[in-house]
Design a protein around this ligand. Sequence first.
Ligand SMILES: *[C@@H]1O[C@H](CO)[C@@H](O)[C@H](O)[C@H]1NC(C)=O
Ligand SMILES: *[C@@H]1O[C@H](CO)[C@@H](O)[C@H](O)[C@H]1NC(C)=O
Ligand SMILES: [Fe+2]
Length: 463
Amino acid sequence: MPMTKFKTPEKYAYLTGFGQYQESEAIKGALPIAQNTPQRPPYGLYTERITGCPFISPRNDNHQTWLYRIMPSAHQRPFEPEPEEQFAHSRFGQKLNYTPTQLRWSPFDIDESLDWIHSMRLLGGAGDPATRSGVGFFIFTAGQSMDPKIAYFSADGDLLIILQQGVLDIRTELGHLLVRPKEICVIPRGIRYNVTLPDGPVRGYAFELFQGNFTLPDLGPLGSFGLANARDFQIPEAAFDEDTTHEYRIVAKFNDRLFSSVQDHTPFDIVAWHGSYYPYKYDLGRFMTIGSVSYDHPDPSIFTFLTSSEQVFEMAIFPPRWLAMENTMRPPWYHRNTMAEYMGLIEGEYDGRTDGGFRAGGASLHTVMGAHGPDSETHRKASVAELHPQKVGEGSLAFVVETPMLLGLSDWAMKGCGKRQENYNAQTWLGLKPHYEFPASAKRKSTLLKDVVDMDVNGYHQS
Ligand SMILES: *[C@@H]1O[C@H](CO)[C@@H](O)[C@H](O)[C@H]1NC(C)=O
Ligand SMILES: *[C@@H]1O[C@H](CO)[C@@H](O)[C@H](O)[C@H]1NC(C)=O
Ligand SMILES: [Fe+2]
């Protein structure tokens, strides 16, 4: 079956689909029929709504959800700023570093003392959450479950989580999500959640999109299915706690700062909901990979998994796949792109690198117009390899995230993490040798006008 064999079995049931209207009730009859705001909602619940876009967004982009809950979120004390230093390493507003050089990082160390909220370290990014532009690139490594009396949300953007190690048991307001390596998860702006680590320390990559939202790519000539299919996305089912006596703390990320507010009821008390603004997860093992069946490679956009409105963010994956192209350099060609390319590895060894320096839990960045391509050894081997249909990437899963933004890098990325490979450039490409040769008969064409053409009286070329 084209799906991942997970070590940790699934424990929750889900709704399925991408971006569609859904509804879920944990107690039968908790959703009002037809109308959204009856005078007295079923079972004495409160009605609350969360919107993910302006009211008048076009119908297909209009995402919002109606919630039927025990206590409304508004029943809370004012937010107070959290102590600054706790979150300083993930602060987007720090002074960022810019370089056109190719960069690579060895696997990032796991800090077992951190919980989810404090585990996010800013690697880099562009833009600004306050003006809703750009995207933040984070690495998370944590060893602690969140305090059982704390829930967290970010008002800054939609968060895409790519887990590399460990397991995340995420309790969201709309229900539970179990996320295992090779599953990705998206938590939209504003949705409150809490993260428990049932299988020890976790490590992974996260992207906070300040602008627009994650969506599936259009399929163009591919037709109506392929790549990530909508039916394979999983959405939590309503699940709620009852507690209106103990104190809970809501921690908010708001314009790059943490705040917290106290309330005397659980934030996870939504009994039923309906709408199209919700968290979801996806098993990357279900991706239907498409490639050339004749010669050459298509652009790597053929591997696009998620894209974003306004193309601020594109994510492609490189799952195990067959290569059968004839007379073709099978690894990627050398290139410089207008989009920055940030790569991570979830497991195994990426087929475009054989130098051993790109490892699971590490990363590389080839920034806007940064030249790159196969390392010298991969290129040498691929030039002389006998071509036959070949399966590559078995046991491996790499991804690339692209953005047109000039990414600034944090001090942590440049120095603090201690994982940046100083010799990446030299090790990867300086071994490439010129091996061209012109036969004596090859004649260099002059581009000087006087050498190649006679001019007639009107100045037109005669050939
Ligand atoms: C967070 O989730 C865990 C596990 O589901 C639970 O024990 C804990 O009470 C939750 N926290 C809140 C604030 O409800
Ligand atoms: C997603 O982005 C589109 C285009 O910018 C916008 O119209 C839509 O409202 C957004 N949806 C959400 C849920 O943010
Ligand atoms: Fe590339």
